[in-house]
Ligand binder design. Structure first.
Ligand code: GAP
Length: 431
């Protein structure tokens, strides 16, 4: 098992910001604490993670998973029924001498406990209002999870897609929590993206499907390039369980400061569908054609964080090595996940070389994310491409004009090979 590596944190944050993965939000105004914008490479990486998440669940021939994209602002009734208005809170204490506020279970050791106020509950939902008149009926909340958008659409999907259990509904999107202790870069922010599946099954099959999802989600993290040694499972103890869950297993990642949650897989039982049925008066049951009975399906929920996965991937793929007495910094992203897969580097800015580079881009860009990089020396360009995790660079030189060949350089081995331009599509499709 690997050990935590605190130094890694500073390095990853530095490269991520310097190279256009993540920027501090509102930076020209001094920034807003724990708020981040995703730059060009961060967006590409985030899109790739999301693409592979959808692809993985879409490829499953055993079960149907239906996508939805639900509103961030729902009726406040949703959050009343789901228990978030009453339960989604943390106990907070104030440090009287300084006015600093802490989560009751996260007070730093050096603080005198006698200087703290009694714990008070602090709801984590962001409250706002809709319409021109502000009153108690205009209060709405920014969703703290994408899951409820799925539950309130259960009947819509069931009916329109003629779904049969077991089946799932999947949702990716922004969620918002007024976290008391945001921090550690994009690990815990107040605005973040989730990727959630609510999987509806029969109660008697709940353990089978719970285990299925734990296994499947672990495999997915490995498949996008997170090493097995940085992943582990941890089951919640009874006093840790959320108000809706009878069992939860976290997929944990070894962050630079230690193990922490990457995804939670929970058995939510019939809690949500029953609560919404009771509160809305609408039928949320499923008619089982095999038994001719109406049942309320049991729900297994794999709930992951898209932005947190991006951070885990940056930490997993960051590497440094000494080459010719200098340190080479790189992200060892898998070919499929890398924001830029192929860098095309003309040796000079001469029109002939740019033209060949453009032709190569035209050949490859339909299937691969490519970038033509013309500035600075070849060495510096290789270094930049390594630093943003580009697995291959194609160098176009003056010989290319005669032999119709280019040099391919691998990020990981740094080996170079000469190859005909016409052989490029085959080279990359064989990877
Ligand atoms: N629907 C269940 C649910 O939301 P959760 O464990 O609170 O469960 C699921 O959240 C995932 O969302 C977490 O495992 C984490 O990856 C991500 N997440 C939660 N809070 C976050 C935050 N403040 N910043 C970034 N990601 C967060």
């Amino acid at each position: 098992m690997e050990e935590p590596n605190r130094e890694l944190f500073e390095k990853v944050v530095k490269v991520a910001q310097a190279r256009g993965f993540v920027f501090n939000a509102s930076s020209i105004y001094g920034g807003l604490r724990s708020s981040y914008d995703y730059g060009p490479l961060g967006v590409l990486l985030k899109n790739n993670i999301s693409k592979y998440w959808w692809k993985d669940i879409d490829n499953d021939s055993e079960i149907a998973i239906f996508p939805v994209d639900t509103a961030i602002i729902q009726s406040s009734e949703v959050w009343k029924a789901s228990g978030h208005i009453a339960e989604f809170s943390d106990p907070m204490v104030d440090h009287k001498p300084t006015g600093e506020r802490y989560r009751a279970d996260q007070v730093p050791d050096d603080i005198n406990k006698e200087d703290l106020t009694e714990p008070r509950q602090f709801n984590l939902m962001f409250e706002t209002s809709i319409g021109p008149v502000q009153n108690e009926n205009s209060t709405v909340y920014l969703r703290p999870e994408t899951a409820q958008g799925i539950f309130v659409n259960f009947e819509n999907v069931l009916r329109t897609m003629r779904a049969k259990i077991p089946f799932g509904i999947a949702n990716i999107g922004k969620s918002f929590r007024n976290e008391i202790t945001p921090g550690q870069f994009i690990f815990r922010t107040r605005e973040f993206e989730q990727m959630e599946i609510e999987f509806f099954c029969k109660e008697e099959d709940e353990n089978k499907w719970f285990d299925y999802w734990v296994k499947k989600r672990m495999e997915w993290y490995r498949s996008i390039g997170i090493p097995d040694t940085s992943l582990r499972l941890r089951e919640h103890s009874d006093n840790e369980l959320a108000h809706y869950a009878s069992k939860t297993v976290d997929i944990e990642f070894l962050y630079p400061w230690g193990w922490g949650e990457l995804e939670g897989i929970a058995n939510r039982g019939t809690f949500d569908l029953s609560s919404h049925e009771k509160a809305s008066g609408k039928d949320m049951s499923y008619f089982d054609p095999e038994t001719n009975e109406k049942i309320t399906p049991t729900v297994i929920e794999p709930a992951g964080g898209l932005t947190r996965t991006l951070f885990a991937l940056l930490c997993s793929c960051y590497d440094e090595e000494e080459v010719n007495d200098t340190t080479r910094t790189l992200f060892r992203f898998d070919f499929n996940i890398a924001p830029i897969q192929i860098g095309i580097l003309p040796l000079s800015k001469k029109d002939e070389l740019i033209e060949v580079s453009n032709n190569i881009k035209n050949i490859l860009q339909e299937n691969y994310r490519t970038e033509i990089d013309v500035t600075q020396s070849i060495g510096k360009r290789y270094r930049r491409q390594d630093e943003i995790g580009t697995p291959y660079c194609i160098t176009v030189d003056f010989d290319s004009l005669d032999d119709n060949s280019v040099t391919i350089r691998s990020r990981d081995s740094m080996e170079q090979e000469r190859i005909l331009i016409t052989a490029l599509p085959g080279f990359f499709s064989d990877l």
